[in-house]
Design a protein around this ligand. Structure first.
Ligand code: DGJ
Length: 748
């Protein structure tokens, strides 16, 4: 039993393998938060608190004459609104009489076997059949607004999910102006906030900020989870690092705008709230109606960030991703985007397929430009039928020819978008978002389809169904290339426009869900101008997401480092592209590009016809090396061995959970004259075991001959030596060299 209720004290405890989360049903029905931290057995943690008369802190009427109990200072599971808690608020509700009050008191709770699920929103699921749900009901007794606070407990995974159902138990409509998924009060400690900011072509960079009394906001107002921030934050003890210290992660399972806020309050208590972005949000909750706020995946680690990342990686792979490919080896693909952009025809694609097949590549992905009259990015979106002036042999025949060469076939679509120069727009201009009297902002020459409309969803489903039924397509790249503006639905009355942004996301989920259900063998790769929708919502439908449009390996080190704080390497779409790189014009060795792309789904995005025979031979080796190690890379434990940009090289490692093998990866980002040696301490090995080293795959490309070290090259080293003394790499010379060293446990 991971959830226990102690009736005498009103304590509800949630235990996972190494954490405890505790709340108390206090006097007058206050639902107080007591503790979230290392596992502590069944101690009643209420001794941690002392209530004092705080002079300027107000008191609810029913505690009179006590002046010690105040919403202003009480740690709460889910705070009310407008009744004396002045910290950042998880809810804002306008009642039928125009008042803004909500004072939630405990009504009841249930402990249920299995994991709760939602109607229209994706969420994690109970893969092993051992999850439990805690459902706590609290109610505002004046208005009848009732909240079901949901806690999904995954004991072995050290994960607790949280979500809220808002129910109107009255006979009058109320208006939710903010309906967040979570609020967490942490009464003590000095905390930092870690968030993942970025831009198009440099997503998810790590920033660590000391929490001060200023409210901090991490958000996207773009209608997507965004390049600029990610719906994942970490609260870290000020002393926490990769291997030590407390940290708490919160990841929203949602692909639209979001907001997380932290506040260090007047008495040193920290509150973290998270949910759907509410600037343009209003939800009419009619009598008896329910609004579901998306799930937050929460984890606690007492051993720093590595353990926290491992918890998220395992959980996302096993309990968020679905379908045939969630744990399966993914095909090594070639994508034609950076090889051709819009300039291709069937002959070019078949030539690319010939080359790719001869290199050992397993799938060809036809990117943007194959449909409608799409010769540039100003036309065609919406017309999901083949562009016969480019694919003259027809799509079916092209795919058959590609298949005959031994390659699977994948295709790019961008269903949520429309160009004004398209048959679809000429027929249905009212299907695009546009505010009355205003010309909508174009972004990449495109407008946004109104995904709140059932006729739009039906049209898109029909197009995709036809495409997938008539052709042997085994992979779909689902792109989405702009932020949402001019959000206004012609199918919705003026009073409900505040619901459109959220209903847009529900529309996408409905469409993706139908496709995943009816075409369950297809591998979907999410994408949004690179990584603008890299979130756990999308991962419920597609086990991999194109991580960034920046394929420069030196930038990718930064992007993939930040991404892997929360998301598993198996979800990170990564390709080897041409050199000089198309985004940065930087030149890097083919070998280095492969080492970086291997820490992802792995594939190519270049024209192999332009490569030399030596480069082609190297690619063949890369593919067989990746296939040898991809199990370890995708399901092993991932360790960051350097802190990004702190040294002249970056190092990271994959170790199998049983410690039997490990792969060390190193890239020199700032080659040094008279170089200091790179001594790297490995992690996660068996201290009593002896490891055999194998650097055959890499050394010939990078070790400077002039700098070959004197002395013994040790090939067997014990686990405890590698973890405590470390491994000292040879001097790597040249432009951005890289190395991979493979360690196999030989004996104990
Ligand atoms: C943005 C994606 O991130 C790219 O990989 C490519 O698919 C283009 N869109 C095509 O328009």
């Amino acid at each position: 039993m991971s959830i226990t209720y102690l009736e005498n004290s009103g304590i509800i405890s949630i235990d996972t393998k190494s954490s405890t989360y505790q709340m108390r049903i206090g006097q007058h029905g206050f639902l107080q938060h007591l503790y979230y931290g290392s596992r502590i057995g069944h101690e009643d943690m209420s001794y941690l608190y002392r209530d004092y008369d705080r002079a300027c802190a107000g008191n609810p009427d029913d505690v009179y004459p006590s002046r010690r109990i105040s919403f202003d200072t009480m740690p709460q599971e889910y705070p009310g609104y407008g009744v004396g808690d002045f910290r950042v608020n998880a809810i804002s509700v306008r009642n039928a009489d125009g008042s803004y009050g909500a004072d939630f008191r405990y009504v009841g709770h249930e402990i249920i076997k299995g994991k709760y699920s939602f109607e229209g929103l994706p969420s994690s699921y109970d893969a092993a059949g051992d999850a439990e749900t805690l459902s706590v009901t609290v109610r505002d007794n004046v208005t009848g607004l009732t909240l079901e606070l949901l806690y999904g407990v995954f004991e072995d995974e050290d994960i607790i999910t949280r979500a809220v159902r808002f129910k109107n138990d009255s006979d009058k409509e109320m208006l939710l102006e903010r309906a967040f998924s979570v609020s967490l009060d942490i009464p003590y400690g000095k905390w930092d906030l870690i968030h993942f900011h970025g831009k198009h072509t440099l997503e998810r960079q790590v920033e660590r900020e000391e929490l001060t009394h200023l409210v901090k906001v991490v958000e996207s107002k773009r209608g997507t989870s965004s390049h600029q921030e990610n719906p994942f934050v970490i609260l870290a003890d000020r002393a926490a690092d990769e291997d030590h210290g407390s940290c708490i992660g919160m990841m929203l399972v949602y692909s639209g705008g979001f907001r997380a806020e932290t506040e260090l309050d007047q008495l040193g208590s920290t509150r973290l709230i998270m949910g759907i972005q509410d600037d343009q949000f209003e939800w009419h909750l009619g009598p008896g109606e329910v609004f579901e706020a998306p799930e937050v995946i929460m984890s606690y680690s007492c051993d720093g960030f590595s353990r926290l990342s491992h918890n998220y990686h395992r959980f996302i792979r096993n309990n968020v991703c679905r379908g045939k490919y969630k744990l399966a080896e993914r095909p090594v693909l070639i994508n034609n985007w950076e090889a051709t952009y819009f300039d291709f025809d069937d002959e070019k694609i078949l030539a690319l397929a010939d080359e790719a097949a001869s290199l050992g590549i397993e799938m060809l992905v036809l990117d943007d430009g194959w449909f409608g009259k799409r010769n540039s990015d100003d036309s065609g979106l919406g017309d999901w039928y083949v562009n016969e002036s480019k694919i003259r042999c027809g799509l079916k025949s092209l795919i058959e020819q590609v298949n005959k060469k031994g390659l699977k076939f994948g295709i790019w679509i961008e269903p949520e978008m429309i160009n004004e120069d398209s048959d679809l727009y000429r027929e249905h201009p009212e299907w695009a978002f546009a505010m009355p009297g205003r010309k909508p902002v174009r972004s990449r020459n495109q407008l946004v389809l109104d995904m709140t409309r059932p006729d739009v969803i039906e049209y898109l489903y029909g197009c995709i169904e036809k495409l997938l039924t008539e052709n042997n397509i085994e992979y779909v790249k689902w792109d989405m290339n702009r932020s949402l503006s001019d959000v206004y639905s012609n199918a919705t009355g003026p009073e409900r426009q505040g619901e459109v942004l959220h209903r847009y996301i529900l529309g996408i989920y409905e469409l993706m869900d139908r496709i995943c259900t009816n075409f369950s063998d297809i591998l979907i790769e999410g994408c949004s101008g690179g990584g603008a929708r890299f979130d756990a919502g999308i991962l419920c439908y597609s086990p991999q997401i194109w991580c960034s449009d920046d394929t420069d390996p030196i930038h990718r080190l930064i992007i993939q480092y930040g991404t892997a704080f929360g998301y598993p390497v198996s979800a990170v779409g990564a390709h080897v592209s041409a050199s000089p790189n198309h985004q940065t014009r930087r030149s890097t060795p083919l070998h280095t590009r492969a080492v970086v792309a291997m820490s992802g789904t792995f594939g190519y995005e270049l024209d192999p016809g332009k490569l030399s025979d030596d480069e082609k031979a190297e690619i063949r080796e890369q593919i067989s090396l990746f296939k040898k190690h991809c199990g370890l890379i995708h399901s092993g434990l991932y360790y960051r061995l350097t802190k990004i940009k702190e040294d002249f090289y970056e190092a990271w490692e994959f170790v199998s959970e049983d410690g039997s093998e490990a792969l060390l990866n190193v890239v020199v980002t700032d080659p040094q004259p008279n170089s200091p040696l790179m001594n790297i301490k490995l992690k996660g090995l068996d201290p009593d075991g002896v490891y055999v080293l194998n650097d055959e795959s890499m050394s010939k490309h990078v070790y400077a001959e002039a700098h070959n070290p004197e002395g013994e090259e040790r090939t067997q080293i014990s686990g405890d030596a590698l973890m405590n003394g470390g491994y000292t790499l040879p001097w790597l010379a040249g432009d951005y060299p890289a190395a991979q060293v493979y360690f196999v446990l030989e004996s104990k």
